[in-house]
Design a protein around this ligand. Sequence first.
Ligand code: 3AM
Length: 181
Amino acid sequence: MRAFIGLGPPDTVRDALDGLQSDLRVGRLVDPENLHLTLAFLGEVDLPTLEALHLDLQQITFAPFDLRLAGLELFGGARPRVLSIRGQAGPPLRALRAKLHSTARGAGIDLPRARFRPHVTLARFRRDMPPDDTAKLGRFLSAHADVALPAFPVEAFTLYRSHLSPDGATYEPLADYPVPA
Ligand code: 3AM
């Protein structure tokens, strides 16, 4: 199955992101329950590997830390494909990501080596965006590019299964890994 490890924001942050999205009149919005910050994209993983990874993930410890989402960004260059909000990439977030990556590699999962650009995807766009929509997106960015949400505590990470469909992906939380009390 297709899987990844990420952070699910608390409901207050989901609500704030939902409010922001409601001002965006273009693209395909990510449903509030699907909003997440990806820490490790695992790709296709078989069940025995996922079960082994699950045991290893339960052994990970980290101190809770604060995460702030602030600033909108477009991915995809001249023809934007994705609108997201940036996560601050402080040392605790990078350290947690590094632990997750080495744990996943230890479980035999081959992770893509990409620069870490922490973000929560808000919407996706068709490559052939009509000019009207480009203008609407521009207005949305002028109004909201510098949005800054209150920091929230990260006290757990989540293993997700990704279900792809023609209507867009949905993400099913398989397990939460909270910091030990
Ligand atoms: O956090 P976002 O929404 O940007 O884009 C996919 C999504 O990220 C990303 O994994 C998250 C859950 O599906 N993703 C999909 N395919 C990927 C790949 N081949 C990928 N990330 C890296 N490499």
